[in-house]
Structure formats: structure tokens, C-alpha cells
Write a protein that binds this ligand. Structure first.
Ligand code: CTP
Length: 446
């Protein structure tokens, strides 16, 4: 039996793909199609892919040409696959002429004529709707957000809202956009909203934006109570709108891969997760202002809780906190979350410095993500037998906000209301734990 293998993204599957798959199939008896994973595409700078990997796999299957579909997830995988599946022919479109000659060492390489006049890039450009993005708030994160939208197709930041006319104007001038001080005139002129205002205003701004039928990306801490989070996700659902928590690490290529590797059992059963995040700050600053919901917990719990919940789930048994306060805000908080079969802890500091790493311990080995783990571009899987250790490298480009922006737009374009990288129920669980701390449940002062 002659086996043929071919690879591609197969986004917005088109006639060019169909022709290529048919010709590849005709080269042999059995066709294996490698479809790129979302993280692999992002890692190689393809940020604008519209269909997610499941949708693309389904589209390839539906052509009827593939006998087997596999996922391409890392550089160098082609050589592994060719040997593993005992492949005779590697086929690819002629746009890659010469680029895969190195595979001749393992099998025959065939470049098939590319269909002229069509490509996913072209289809994306044709159907591209550009969303007018309005930013609520004009602080540090909002300033970092604007340049990140430029590397993602389909987002055009046009407006900023800040009740302080001076702040709004300054931000608008810096970024060449319109300044608004009044919500109603702001919301009329945008299609989607990025909420990056002070924490205590998130609920109100998100609600008003949803009521005005706008999709919303909301900065962390998303909500400070379970009820608020539930209410807003329900409202978004009722109005068929996207509401996404901007927990940037959740959407980054490396973190996504950590989760899938662990779920596939690479370190056995997960028994403990330790996540730390510390960033020292000096007054005067919002983080140290009790009136603005400052403090280590409100600032940094969302990312560490995201990691714990992604890895251990939402069915925790109990949670307690130890905290050190100064001038009404916690400068250090440690929390322990117990699960029926695992434990976890998070250590947060804004006035106490600690190593900001992530360690996930399992029955076969552990994953070590060095500080700052939330900007992950590198991690290691380690075992008792050190010769089995493996290092993984990824890109984490710019400020890393491009990944959440891309996810947000892709959800809108593809009519997806839920995102597997951070489920709504996971986001609600994060809000619930923060709320417990804020209510003083099982909080011990040190
Ligand atoms: N292909 C083809 N003819 C086209 C477009 C793609 O033969 N008009 C082939 C590619 O050469 C490759 C396979 O289809 O072998 C999958 O390519 P992919 O990168 O998914 O398709 P493109 O449409 O080229 O995507 P993009 O524009 O995002 O690069």
C-alpha cells in the first residue's frame, strides 16, 4: 500500500485545498492529512486563522479524500510522522517548491501544482469585517493594548472613553483615536468594547455595553463576585454576544500547550499545582489603593487561579487564605485550594517579593515553568530519570495581548460564544474564589 502525507492549515476550506487533496490522494492508496494546531500556527506567526483546529479537521474530513487526519503541532514533526506512519510520498503545493527537499532523505517529495487565484489569505481579506474597537479606560494596560491590535486583522481601535476629559484626550491624541467622556456617545461609535477601566467599574461598563448589543473583552479581575460574573455571562448568552475574560496567559501558545500536554497524561495524574506571581509596586499607585480594589489578591489572583482551575477544574472542596495587609490592602496573600484528589496553592505579592513560577506535580513527573510563568515562552517537563526531561520553547510576542484579541475576534466571526481556553464556568469559579477572599471567608491575617 502506497501511503501519501500532506500538511496544511486548511482555513476556510476552498477549491485550492480540494484540488490539492484530490491530487495527493491520486498519488497513492492511503492519504494522511496533517492539520496544523492553533498553537502551532500562532507560534509561526499565523495569527489570523479563522476556523479553529476542530473546525478545520472537520472540513478536511468532509472532503472525503483523507483516510486519516492528524494534528501537526511542532517543528520537525513531519520527519517523525513520515517514519512513524511509514510514508512513501510527501506531497505539498508548489508554493512550497524546494522548501521540503530535505525530506527526500525519508521519502519521495512531490510538489503539486497550486490552484491559481485562490487562497485562505484571499478569502480572509475578502470577508474581512473590520470591527471598530472602543476602549473603556486609558491606563497602562489600555496603552499596551492598542499596538497589539495592529498585528491582528479585523480590529481597528477608534475610540476611548474616560470620564476625565483630560485623560481621555491625552490617550486619544497619543493613539490617533476619538476621545469620549460620555458612555452613550462612545458606544454608538464602536462595534466591540475592551473594558480596561478601574476594577470596581468593570461590572457596570460590561453590563451597559452588553445592553447596547456590543461584544465585550473585559480585563482582569473580570468580576469580583460569582453573582456578577454569572449575571453577565447570562446576559451575553441571551443577547448572543461574546463576553470574554482577558486573562492573557490563557490564550498564549505555550500555556495552551502545557494544558494539553498535561491532560494527555505526560506527568501522570496531577496532584499539586503551585502558582506564584509577585510584582513589587511603589505608592502612589492603584495597586496600593484600597478605594480602587487594590491589593495582591484583586490584582494577581485572576492569572494564578486561571492556571489552577485550567489544570484541576472547578470542583474544588475548600479554599483558605493567609494574608498580610498594609494600609487596607493585602501586600501578600497565599491561598490553598483543595480538591478531592489534588491540592493547589497560589502566592501573590505586591509588597513581598517571591519567585513567580508555576510548578505542576504529577505521579510520573512535573512541569516547571520559570518566572515569569504568566509570560510563558519556555517550560520543562521533568522526571526522576533526568535523561527523559524535555524542554519546550514557544513564541510569546509583544505584550502577549494579541492572542486574546485574536481569540475574541475569532469567536465573533465564527459565532462561538464559549472558548475552550477559558470556559465561562472557569471564569465564574475565579470570580467566586476572589469573592470569598473579599468577604473574609477563611482569611487569616499574618
Ligand atoms: N494550496 C493549493 N492551492 C491553493 C491554496 C493552497 O494547492 N490555491 C495547497 C497548499 O500548497 C498546501 C495546502 O493547499 O499544500 C494547504 O495549504 P494552506 O496553507 O492551508 O492554504 P492557503 O490557502 O495557501 O492558506 P494561506 O493563504 O493562509 O497561506
Amino acid at each position: 500500500m502506497k501511503k501519501v502525507i500532506t500538511y496544511g492549515t486548511y482555513d476556510l476550506l476552498h477549491q485550492g485545498h480540494l484540488n490539492l487533496l484530490r491530487r495527493a490522494k491520486e498519488l497513492g492508496d492511503y492519504l494522511i492529512v496533517g492539520v496544523t494546531s492553533d498553537s502551532f500556527d500562532r507560534g509561526r506567526g499565523k495569527l489570523n486563522v479563522r476556523n479553529n483546529v476542530l473546525e478545520r479537521v472537520e472540513a478536511v474530513k468532509a472532503t472525503g479524500y483523507a483516510d486519516e487526519v492528524i494534528i501537526e503541532d511542532y517543528l520537525g514533526q513531519k520527519i517523525d510522522d513520515i517514519q512513524k506512519y511509514d510514508v512513501d510520498i510527501f506531497a505539498i503545493g508548489s508554493d512550497w517548491e524546494g522548501k521540503f527537499d530535505y525530506l527526500n532523505e525519508y521519502c519521495k517529495v512531490v510538489y503539486l501544482a497550486r490552484t491559481e487565484g485562490i487562497s485562505s489569505t484571499m478569502l480572509r481579506a475578502e470577508s474581512q469585517s473590520v470591527y471598530r474597537v472602543g476602549i473603556i479606560g486609558s491606563g497602562r494596560i489600555a496603552n499596551r493594548f492598542v499596538p497589539e491590535t495592529k498585528v491582528v486583522n479585523g480590529a481597528d481601535v477608534v475610540a476611548v472613553l474616560n470620564p476625565s476629559a483630560k485623560d481621555a484626550k491625552m490617550f486619544a491624541t497619543r493613539h490617533g483615536i476619538e476621545a469620549y467622556i460620555d458612555f452613550d456617545s462612545f458606544i454608538e461609535n464602536v462595534d466591540v468594547v475592551y473594558v480596561a477601566s478601574p476594577h470596581l467599574t468593570h461590572y457596570d461598563y460590561v453590563k451597559r455595553s452588553l445592553l447596547a448589543s456590543k461584544h465585550v473583552l473585559c480585563e482582569i479581575p473580570f468580576m469580583l463576585s460569582k453573582a456578577e460574573a454569572l449575571e453577565l455571562y447570562r446576559l451575553a448568552e441571551e443577547r448572543n454576544l461574546v463576553l470574554l475574560e482577558a486573562s492573557k496567559t490563557a490564550y498564549s501558545p505555550a500555556f495552551g500547550h502545557i494544558v494539553t500536554l498535561i491532560k494527555s497524561g505526560i506527568i501522570g495524574d496531577v496532584v499539586d499545582v503551585k502558582a506564584s506571581l509577585s510584582k513589587m509596586v511603589e505608592p502612589p499607585i492603584r495597586e496600593l489603593d484600597a478605594q480602587q480594589a487594590g491589593g495582591a489578591m484583586n490584582e494577581h489572583a485572576p492569572l494564578t487561579l486561571m492556571a489552577i482551575i485550567k489544570l484541576l477544574g472547578i470542583d474544588w472542596k475548600d479554599v483558605d487564605f493567609h494574608t498580610k495587609r498594609e494600609n487596607g490592602v493585602d501586600i501578600y496573600t497565599k491561598g490553598v485550594i483543595n480538591y478531592p484528589h489534588a491540592t493547589s496553592s497560589f502566592t501573590l505579592g505586591i509588597g513581598v517579593k517571591t519567585e513567580g513560577n508555576l510548578v505542576i506535580s504529577g505521579t510520573k513527573g512535573y512541569v516547571y515553568v520559570p518566572a515569569p510563568w504568566w509570560l510563558t515562552s519556555y517550560f520543562e517537563v521533568r522526571y526522576e530519570d533526568q535523561t527523559k526531561n524535555k524542554k519546550y520553547f514557544y513564541s510569546y510576542d509583544g505584550e502577549g495581548l494579541r492572542y486574546e484579541i485574536q481569540e475574541f475576534l475569532s469567536m465573533i466571526v465564527n459565532d462561538r460564544r464559549s472558548c475552550y481556553k477559558l470556559r465561562r464556568r472557569e471564569s465564574v469559579a475565579i470570580a467566586e474564589i476572589i469573592e470569598k477572599y473579599r468577604n473574609g471567608e477563611k482569611v487569616t491575617e499574618i
